[in-house]
Ligand binder design. Structure first.
Ligand SMILES: [Zn+2]
Length: 284
């Protein structure tokens, strides 16, 4: 089953008077969506009881939950202490996911400013293996870690790097952020065939099952020479990429990904637009 939902809470959710993410699952279900990526991007600050309430609501409203781990995770920091802390943040995110019943967590691997690229990838791979081992010991192994493709050139997270990292353990699923790929490639996604090529690379590297169940982020993105600059909404049509191109390929390949919309302020509204584009292509 293909799923659509927002990353975090739309402006309109608050404008309608809602204050707590506990109300999001019902709000999303009412809108016609079935996924929700809870944001811990500034830290894992939610308590067990709130997490459990979000989880109960999600179950009741058929919402697939994922959590975005803190942005400041850097598995390739030159400082060992920062790498150790980063591993702890991932374990904290997994713990919150366990409370919530979230199936996946999205993690930024970090950056390779000040360090050698090859070293960065290898140290991140080592760190990930340690996190997986610890998660197993803590009974957190039913939650999938999804390392994300990142949009800036100095971030550890090109398509090749993320596939390499995910190849190290069959339980890892990549978060393919198509806006980031587009930005990193200086506007490289311009046709359905461009997406088909990317998905071929993923299938060849990780196999059909992980491709089918991919975790995706999508939004229009503005970029500079350094890569990603700013996320925009579906109405900001001067920026790419186009969701309809991806939707055609997802349908053609019979994929069942989770698609999280990261549009500026209108992530839920735009996730719904994307769902409608997909359903139109599917003919239902
Ligand atoms: Zn992210």
């Amino acid at each position: 089953m293909i799923r659509f939902g927002p990353s975090g809470n739309s402006e309109s959710f608050y404008e309608q008077g809602y204050k707590s993410s506990v109300d999001m699952p019902a709000w999303l279900n009412e809108l016609g969506l079935n996924a929700y990526e809870y944001q811990c991007n500034r830290g894992v600050n939610l308590g067990k009881s709130t997490a459990e309430r979000i989880g109960t609501e999600a179950l009741r409203n058929n919402i697939f939950l994922s959590i975005h781990a803190p942005y400041y995770v850097n598995m390739a920091s030159p400082e060992e202490e920062k790498r150790t802390k980063s591993k702890r943040y991932i374990i904290e995110t997994l713990t919150a996911a366990k409370w919530m019943g979230a199936k996946r967590i999205v993690v930024h691997m970090g950056s390779y400013s000040k360090v050698d690229r090859k070293w960065a990838v290898e140290i991140a791979k080592e760190g990930l293996a340690q996190v997986i081992k610890e998660a197993d010991q803590l009974g957190l192994n039913d939650i999938t870690i999804c390392p994300e493709i990142l949009g800036k050139n100095n971030q550890l997270g090109s398509l090749e790097e993320i596939l390499y990292l995910c190849s190290s353990d069959e339980r890892l699923i990549p978060t393919v952020d198509f806006g980031h790929l587009h930005a990193r490639g200086q506007g490289s996604l311009n046709s359905p065939e461009d997406y088909d090529c990317i998905l071929d690379v993923i299938e060849n590297s990780l196999g059909i099952e992980r491709l089918t169940n991919l975790h995706c982020h999508f939004s229009r993105v503005e970029f500079t020479k350094g890569g990603e600059k700013k996320h925009w909404s579906m109405d900001d049509t001067i920026y790419g990429p186009e969701f309809s191109h991806l939707a055609q390929i997802i349908y053609k390949r019979k994929m069942e990904p989770v698609i999280i919309c990261e549009s500026r302020n209108k992530m839920a509204e735009d996730a719904l637009k994307m769902k409608k584009i997909y359903e139109e292509i599917k003919g239902c």
